[in-house]
Design a protein around this ligand. Structure first.
Ligand code: BES
Ligand code: ZN
Length: 608
């Protein structure tokens, strides 16, 4: 193991949590909740066991939009007495309200009786029409700081706890959490959960719906609505191979089972790494397994993020940058370097696009972010993901893969179930790797990466042989070749090649030219969400009206913010764009999660 000095790491305080200043930490949660689909509320209690309360006189929790009904303090025997508590009188729109509970000597736990608001930001309540079946559906999205909208908690990624939960749901519905999960319906509608590994609050998750389970291996399986389950089990057939590849790379999987939950299409993200149960969007069900790198990504978080966790959202790149690098190593392991190269090139292109958008000199392009006083959601850009990954690629190019792999594996082992901030990581990196070889630190130039803007010039270039062939086709097209003339060479293209092709199409194509492309390649009729998302902006720019109905259907059906934002932007840029965008949004908005409506509300009002 490493020579790095153990423990006693002084972590920074978290600017996004009132509880990170609490004199006492909560170490175990017993949650008891009833799920009410009529009133769109969760109600019940959260009982928090305190770690060494000693002589402390209060414990602080984060809340947002919660109704706190009463609070009790419990002694070591479980005897309860009413406790005094205060809730901040003014709510911060992003952070919510601190809940401070007065402690008296000998009290070792507090029980908070509460209910959620029907507009709780973490929760999306779906009507049956918004699902693939005939029952309502509920899911949570807690990252980054929305856990506090569905349970009072110490909502800082540096604070970990174990939990147990009892959740009561209507009969015929299955409840699932980021915990040990049931595989079958229980007639009583009461489900019990246990998470025995300590996790931060942003990994708390709950989903309730008409769900069925299909095992894939002894430790992997799929939950989905019954109508979606067969498609999903086909799409994710390689799940066990992915877990095995990840373990081979960076050490044992520490969470026992790895299951996927395929959500209805309004899920605002591609995926969310809830421990034991990754949540994924159904928009990766392409039929040809072409979008499964997203699953590799969420799986990789079982190490980078869920084992070693960013201490604050300023350190978000430690979660996502490592995860993107790890994701591509898993894909390379399973499908070869040529496959992973395509992902690297698409990722790098997205990074350049983002840097241009944010502004090359903006501090928001630094890996180490300064999000205090802002919504941590603002840190959710390609910088953390792709600049973070590019730093690891730079390290790989300097020390070689074998040494980097030993370093990463030891890093995960050494800091398992702990938080990591940027300064501590840099210290560890120097001690373990950079200091061992003269000149390495200078060649890497960490300051430029971590506290400097844009993409440092020592980032290794990425390239893809398969994309070179796509570029040849684009040149032929530019030279006047008819789209149909490209057909023989495009026959074995994956969706990645098509996305690269669509990104490479000139922005000057006319509606007629798009019609010819569509006739040859059937983009508008594609069942692949990434292809559609890359195609629609061209159709809007050129006024290719034949794609209109498909675009509208997509916007009404899909709630994934990564797709919605560029599409609404592209709509707004067309002549009648604002009224059209607003008309579609008025119909689509009820199907979007608050995470997406927050962004799109702002986008549409900017243009007013
Ligand atoms: N943990 C993130 C999603 C997230 C980050 C939600 C921050 C809220 C705040 C997840 O692992 C993720 O990165 N999802 C990506 C997919 C990935 C392949 C880049 C997404 O949803 O697009
Ligand atoms: Zn991620």
């Amino acid at each position: 193991m490493s020579t790095y000095p153990p423990s006693s790491i002084a972590l920074p305080t978290d600017p996004h949590s009132f509880a990170s200043r609490s004199p006492v930490r909560a170490k175990h949660l017993a949650l008891a909740l009833a799920v009410d689909f009529d009133s769109h509320t969760l109600s019940g209690s959260a009982t928090w066991q305190l770690a060494e309360p000693g002589a402390a006189t209060e414990v602080v929790f984060d809340t947002r939009d919660l109704t706190i009904e009463s609070v009790e303090a419990l002694d070591a025997y479980g005897a309860a007495t009413a406790a005094n508590f205060t809730l901040d009188s003014v709510a911060d729109p992003v952070l919510g309200q601190a809940l401070s509970v007065a402690l008296t000597p000998a009290m070792t736990a507090v029980r908070i009786h509460y209910r959620t608001s029907p507009t709780a930001a973490a929760l999306q309540w779906l009507a049956p029409e918004q699902t693939a079946g005939t029952q309502p559906f509920l899911f949570t999205q807690s990252q980054a700081i929305l856990a506090r909208t569905w349970l009072p908690c110490q909502d800082s990624p540096g604070i970990r706890f174990t939990y147990e939960a009892t959740v009561r749901v209507p009969a015929h519905l299955l409840a699932l959490m980021s915990a040990e999960n049931p595989q079958q319906l229980r007639a009583s509608g009461e489900y019990r959960f246990r998470m025995t590994e300590p996790i931060p609050a942003y990994l708390m998750a709950l989903a309730v719906g008409d769900l069925a389970f299909e095992p894939l291996s002894h430790r992997t399986g799929i939950y989905a609505e019954p109508a979606t389950l067969p498609t999903a089990t086909h799409e994710f057939a390689d799940l066990e191979k992915m877990v095995a590849a990840a373990e081979e790379l960076y050490g044992p999987y520490r969470w026992e089972r790895y299951d996927l939950l395929v959500l209805p299409p309004s899920f605002p993200f591609g995926g969310m790494e809830n421990p034991r149960l990754t949540f994924v969007t159904p928009t990766i069900l392409a039929g040809d397994r072409s979008l499964t790198s997203l699953v590799a990504h969420e799986l990789a978080h079982s190490w980078s993020g869920n084992l070693v966790t960013n201490a604050t959202w300023n350190d978000f790149w430690l979660n996502e940058g490592f995860t993107v690098y790890f994701e591509r190593r898993i894909m390379e392991h399973l499908y070869g370097a040529e496959y992973a190269d395509m992902l690297q090139v698409l990722g790098r292109a997205a990074l350049h696009h983002t840097i241009e958008e944010i502004g090359v000199a903006s501090p928001d392009t630094h890996l180490h972010l300064a999000l205090a006083g802002r919504d941590p959601d603002e840190g959710l850009t390609e910088i953390a993901y792709e600049k973070g990954c590019a730093l690891l690629l730079t390290l790989e190019s300097l020390v070689g893969r074998p040494r980097l792999d030993v370093f990463i594996k030891e890093y995960f082992a050494r800091f398992s179930f702990q938080a990591m901030d940027t300064a501590t990581f840099l210290h560890y990196l120097r001690a373990e790797l950079l200091d061992h070889e003269p000149g390495l630190e200078g060649n890497l130039n960490l300051a430029a990466w971590v506290d400097g803007p844009g993409l440092p010039s020592n980032a290794p270039p990425v390239s893809s042989r398969r994309f070179d062939a796509v570029d040849q086709s684009l040149i032929q097209l530019q030279g006047g070749a008819a789209p149909a003339a490209l057909l023989p060479s495009t026959a074995d293209w994956s969706s990645h090649e098509w996305v690269h092709f669509l990104h490479g199409l000139p922005a000057t194509l006319s509606a007629e030219q798009l019609a010819a492309l569509d006739a040859a390649f059937h983009f508008t009729a594609s069942g692949n969400s990434e292809i559609l998302a890359a195609w629609f902006p061209h159709t809007l720019r050129a006024g290719y009206a034949a794609a209109g109905p498909a675009l509208e259907k997509f916007l009404l059906h899909v709630g994934r913010r990564k797709f919605l934002v560029p599409l609404y932007r592209a709509l707004l840029a067309t002549p009648d764009g604002r009224s059209r965008a607003r008309a579609i949004y008025a119909k689509a908005r009820p199907n979007y999660h608050s995470v997406a409506t927050g962004t799109i509300d702002a986008l549409l009002s900017e243009q007013a």
